[in-house]
Design a binder for this molecule. Sequence first.
Ligand SMILES: *[C@@H]1O[C@H](CO)[C@@H](O)[C@H](O)[C@H]1NC(C)=O
Length: 353
Amino acid sequence: MFSFSKCLALIAGVVAGVNAAGPLQQQTGSWGANPTNVGFYYYKPASVSSNPALIVAIHYCSGTAQAFYSGTSYANLADQHGFIVIYPDAPDAGGCWDVHTTATLTHDGGGDSLAIANMVRFAISNWGVDASRVYMTGLSSGAMMTNVLAGAYPDLFAAGSAWAGVPYGCFGGPDMWNSACSTGQITKSGQQWGSDVRSGYPGYTGPRPKLEIWQGTLDTTLNYHNFGEGIKQWTNIFGYSETPTEVDTNWPLPNWTRSVYGPNFRAISAAGVDHNIQIQADQVLDWFGITGDGSTPPTSPPPTTTPPPTTTSPNGPAQSQWGQCGGIGWQGPFTCVAGTTCQMINQWYSQCL
Ligand SMILES: *[C@@H]1O[C@H](CO)[C@@H](O)[C@H](O)[C@H]1NC(C)=O
């Protein structure tokens, strides 16, 4: 339980939100099957758009709907843009989501994921939510649930944004906390990870939510190894190469790197950041298409006068697998952890592969 407690301590103090104009509300009464007794909370701004978009915002371990409502800026952004936010509240005593049982990992199989799916269905049926504009995002345990929902309920969501989570199925097993996964000891091929996702909704052939994953390179609570595993998983699902088609450094913050694999999947690596990653809600709304058009616009290339990187390595740890290890303007580590080598992708980006 050490890692779990550490997770709580790290996340609890981090998120700083923006006050919304109105209160968080609770949906009571009968709204759909809810076998694990998940709490249904939501925020509706004073001016809801007609046929509004919906964001399901999913809290971290030890978090609550209330904490995620007040600790993130989604409710405030709902005031500005007219969408509705649902904040599910985990029934577990430790405040974590069940992302491990076969029930929760399976379409309409039960568990916490079914309750969240039924909240979405209720919102579509009763609040006029546009079924084609339902999105999900979560932090830590909520990011794990975002991956679970992308696998088990691909029919409900148009897009997802997972912050410091693990791949779909990585926590599978008997316990709420999976130490092998959290410490980065689970490695599979893209095909295996993809098969895990496909098992979440056997026979499903419809579109799948486009997904972005974000993670700090120093994350040890849910080890950064899982970032690379997630890239394998979702590139397999979308039929993309595991080598990005575009890499943008210093996006959206200095030392963060956006790798684009295709229109439906991108991964943002936050160099020097631990589990305590700062959610970039404006970028999430752009990805969903609530603001912007949902595409990944190219960033301007750095000026050609930028000096090339030196080949000397600064003091400090070697870069992790999948991390950046070179490229014009790069000042981070140029050496890779054992078992990986620094490979040049293009002049702006080399990666430990
Ligand atoms: C970016 O990385 C460099 C090299 O590790 C570091 O010196 C700098 O402080 C980092 N910048 C930010 C904003 O984190």
